[in-house]
Design a protein around this ligand. Sequence first.
Ligand SMILES: [Fe+2]
Length: 246
Amino acid sequence: MPQSTLPTQNKQLKQVRLAKLGGIFLEYKAASVLADVYAVTRGLNTMAIAQPPLPYDFNALEPYGMKAETFEYHYGKHHKAYVDNLNKLIADTEMADHSLEDIIKASFKDQAKAGIFNNSAQVWNHSFFWNCLKPAGGGTPSGDLAAKIDSAFGSFDKFKEEFSNAATTQFGSGWAWLIDDAGALKVTKTPNAENPVAHGQKALLTLDVWEHAYYIDFRNARPAFIKNFLDQLVNWEFVEQNLAAA
Ligand SMILES: [Fe+2]
């Protein structure tokens, strides 16, 4: 065999080897993809509660007082942790196939299910809260909602005062709410994870007053966070939809 043919033969041999390796690689990838599909399908069956996508980009509220970093932590870490914890707690239990609302109601005031209640309610509260915010929000509501707020509180300014007061005076961690309680609009506040779902009330609007909600943007100044929420962030269209569905 002439020496001059060796490089070509070697090259062809390498190509054959590479082709075989490619075949093995493709077989491996196919098996890997199938394993992933199996894992995801299995995951969907057992991981009943999902974290809804944030309804805007992480940086969408930066011109309105809330940094992307807030959402990286609050949505990306805190909210996600509640979802992950809940799915671990309900896996292989009778609650695994229940709706989030049913899990909240069934675990409320059950000391043996305190972890399930805290995490399920916090999943619900945060998923609801993200929708209460929007870029260039705030201002005043309209239509039926505006009329009901005037009727219940005397004026929109009186509502803002009452809501701000509830959010400011919730001692420690918790939430301030505007709720529809059997047809009557009310402002309430709840400690820790507790929420209107647990109390059989219809939530219309909420503000998270856990310190993790405002520390990045406002440090310890909860009143400034509340004012910014009412002035620049409230998604009144979402509140109107909630009232219409009440
Ligand atoms: Fe929070």
